[in-house]
Design a protein around this ligand. Structure first.
Ligand SMILES: Nc1ncnc2c1ncn2[C@@H]1O[C@H](COP(=O)(O)OP(=O)(O)OP(=O)(O)O)[C@@H](O)[C@H]1O
Ligand SMILES: Nc1nc2c(c(=O)[nH]1)N=C(CO)CN2
Ligand SMILES: [Mg+2]
Length: 202
């Protein structure tokens, strides 16, 4: 359904998942769970408000893709990085949760800079791959933290209604850039997922 809406190819999603599963040699899910279970977790997105981020007080910091570059520039090493590989250009000593999709096979070389890596896919998970749910890196980070037993999740720079894409979203952005049609659709899906997760009457 979402795949059709965005024109993503299932075949390419499988191809990417196969490549990622081949690269990953060890299952680090227990390690990731031990970091998150029972802890207060901050999920940091790459919205325009990231530049105004104050100190993050939570026990565990999870960076969504491009937000990693900003955090590292401030000397903050995220405990976990959730990425589809097109935002990060710095590789701190974090646990990486790398998402395979049909448009990022050519970015898999970035795994050579990462130590501890878990893989996720958007096809039926096989081998060492996981499927926690969610869509964009930010909402996938929230879903993952929830699934792995976080006590509380606080989001930062998740500016899902903004008319700007944050400058840290892609390494080649020099400033915040005007929202485009596809990114708006992606952030709308993220909004939908987070609203459903945090609905009070669940
Ligand atoms: N206004 C915004 N601009 C960019 N990211 C945002 C914004 N608001 C919230 N975010 C969150 O920040 C996360 C990290 O941003 P980034 O653009 O690196 O993500 P992404 O999911 O890898 O996107 P893309 O599909 O463009 O690669 C996004 O996944 C999204 O959930
Ligand atoms: N094939 C493909 N899949 C995705 C993509 C994308 O750009 N291409 N972006 C996503 C959310 O950022 C999630 N899934
Ligand atoms: Mg990305």
């Amino acid at each position: 359904m979402i795949r059709r809406e965005f024109g993503f190819s299932e075949r390419e999603d499988y191809r990417s998942a196969l490549v990622l599963n081949m690269i990953i040699r060890e299952d680090f899910e227990d390690l990731l769970r031990s970091k998150i279970m029972g802890r207060e977790v901050a999920v940091v997105g790459a919205g325009p408000s990231l530049n105004a981020l104050k100190d993050v007080e939570e026990d565990v910091i999870v960076a969504a893709d491009g937000a990693t570059n900003y955090l590292v520039s401030r000397g903050i090493i995220p405990d976990v990085v959730v990425t589809d590989l097109d935002g990060i250009e710095t590789y701190p000593d974090s646990i990486y949760v790398v998402h395979a999709h049909g448009d990022n096979i050519s970015k898999m070389w970035k795994l050579s800079y990462m130590g501890i890596v878990l893989g996720t896919s958007q096809v039926f998970p096989f081998g060492r791959l996981k499927l926690y749910g969610g869509f964009t890196d930010g909402d996938r980070a929230v879903v993952m933290a929830m699934t792995l037993g976080a006590k509380r999740i606080t989001t930062y720079a998740m500016d899902l209604d903004s008319d700007k894409i944050g400058m840290y979203s892609k390494p080649f952005y020099k400033n915040d850039v005007p929202m485009n049609y596809v990114k708006r659709k992606k952030l709308n899906v993220a909004k939908e997922i987070l609203h459903t997760l945090f609905r009070k009457d669940l």
